[in-house]
Design a protein around this ligand. Structure first.
Ligand SMILES: [Zn+2]
Length: 480
């Protein structure tokens, strides 16, 4: 076992005991950045809601990863088609479960006051899982050295930082696993002390359930954990950033002209102004903990100050991430079905509050104009020729909040394809797609009128064999 492994196991043991060794300070943040750690954002507002904080590296909780993977496995092939947020509480006794729900509801309701979550509320499912702790409150609240016996070991002063509110990630996941599915976990502490943390790899955020800013911090943390967004504030790092291009979509070392010339980062959003978001989009110097050498897309978004809207660059990214969990097709005739020409095939698109998704139907790759925006298609109306046909329905989110068409095509579009083996019965005399009395009646009238169409065996004469041949084809439903 090498030194790094020994160290990380040592830290895991101390984590379980809710006593946190002060991690080492590094250029990129606090703690040790390696494969056995995970990046944890700690971001807190001042009296004006302006954010500050830092990036920390805490030991990766291997058991939590195993629980996450087993939840994924259990849901494989089962499409619940929602982004599942699971809220668990720590430091809430059996008698305080109503308080837990009240605190969780506050966070949930606040979440849907911000775009793009507001318009896409129907894409989310919040589940509140009751977790009963022996003691009320969490560790180091209000001051260091106060220890409490709680179910999830939540604690302030994590990593030696007062407001960094940590949780035992595997215990949080063990309880969250009671929910139908887990995409994001929010662990709330029964506390009014300002604090929080966003675990980037574990898709988990913490918040103080009784703090008035808790909901705002939780939404900001979701920007990190759901959207992989960077902080757009300028405190905590070197004054001037001198490194390479940053990976997050909402920070860049390139200014406006460089982005436009290189067609990189948010060049296609430049000057955009859209209600509901922090506008206008440009390059504003300062972000990712440095005042200089880094640019952010808007002046003062949620990734910079609490209570502010996200900017469109971040919203586009959040929508992309939402569509990793949600198909635009919520339900419908199963993909790959073989259907008959008298069937009705159908689809239920997802329904944002703000707009309808685009629904297009294709017959053998040709758009069926009469079926645009229809939720179902009656195949008997298509007058299909005999033979095999392909029907495809394609559902796309046309939102103008996404301008990267690769995202729209790859993430925000889904289709289902059906095969129809069409048969035109020989005896369908009036060609209406159905075999019934009218066909016989029309055939006999044509026969009496010596219409060539009634020369069923094409013998050049009208006789008993034409009638018997026709009736035989009628009774068997033979196709041409
Ligand atoms: Zn942050």
């Amino acid at each position: 076992m090498n030194a790094i492994n020994t160290l990380s196991i040592g830290l895991i043991v101390t984590l379980a005991g809710s006593v946190f060794a002060a991690p080492e300070h590094t250029h990129q943040g606090h703690g040790i950045n390696n494969q056995n750690t995970e990046k944890v954002h700690g971001c807190w507002g001042d009296a004006h809601g302006n954010l500050e904080g830092d990036v920390f590296f805490l030991p990766m909780d291997q058991e939590a990863r195993e629980i996450m993977e087993s939840v994924d496995r259990a849901n494989r092939g089962f499409t619940d088609n929602r982004v599942d947020f699971v809220v668990v509480g720590d430091g809430y006794t059996a008698a305080e479960q109503d308080l837990f729900h009240t605190n969780a509801n506050t966070i949930e309701n606040s979440f849907f006051q911000y775009e793009p979550f507001k318009s896409y509320e129907s894409y989310f499912r919040f589940t509140q899982v009751e977790v009963i702790s022996v003691d009320s409150g969490v560790d180091n609240d209000p001051s260091q050295g106060i220890n409490r016996n709680t179910a999830l070991d939540m604690a302030y002063w994590c990593g030696g930082t007062e407001r960094l509110l940590c949780v035992n990630v595997s215990k949080a996941y063990t309880h969250a696993a009671a929910a139908p599915d887990i995409d994001q976990v929010i662990a709330i502490a029964n506390s009014s002390k300002y604090g929080g943390a966003g675990y980037s790899s574990s898709n988990l955020g913490t918040a103080a359930g009784r703090n008035s800013s808790a909901a705002q911090i939780a939404i900001h943390e979701m920007g990190h954990s759901l959207g992989d967004l960077a902080d757009e504030y300028t405190y905590g790092g070197p004054t001037t950033y001198t490194g390479g291009e940053l990976s997050a979509v909402d920070v860049s070392i390139y200014n406006r002209n460089e982005q436009l010339n290189q067609e990189t980062k948010w060049h296609y959003w430049m000057d955009a102004t859209t209600p509901g978001f922090d506008n206008p989009i440009d390059t504003y110097e300062g972000g990712s903990y440095s005042q200089f050498g880094v640019f952010r897309p808007s002046n003062n978004s949620m990734m910079r100050a609490l209570g502010r809207p996200f900017n469109l660059v971040s919203a586009e990214r959040l929508l992309r991430q939402i569509y990793l969990e949600v198909s635009p097709i919520d339900d419908g005739t199963p993909d790959g079905s073989t259907v008959s020409q008298s069937d009705v095939v159908w689809v239920t698109p997802m329904q944002p509050l703000s707009h309808d998704l685009q629904v297009l139907w294709y017959l053998d790759d040709e758009l069926i104009v009469s079926a645009i925006q229809q939720d179902s298609l009656d195949l008997s109306t298509l007058g299909l020729d005999s033979g095999s046909h392909t029907i495809r329905v394609e559902v796309t989110d046309p939102t103008p909040w996404v301008r990267n068409e690769a995202i729209r095509t790859n993430r925000m579009t889904d289709s289902r394809t059906f095969t129809v083996d069409a048969c035109t019965p020989v005896a369908d005399f009036n060609g209406d797609g159905a075999l019934n009395f009218f066909d016989i009646s029309d055939f006999l009238n044509a026969f009496n009128a010596q219409d060539p169409a009634a020369d069923f065996n094409q013998s050049g004469s009208f006789n008993f064999f034409d009638i018997s041949g026709y009736l035989s084809a009628f009774s068997t439903g033979d196709c041409s």
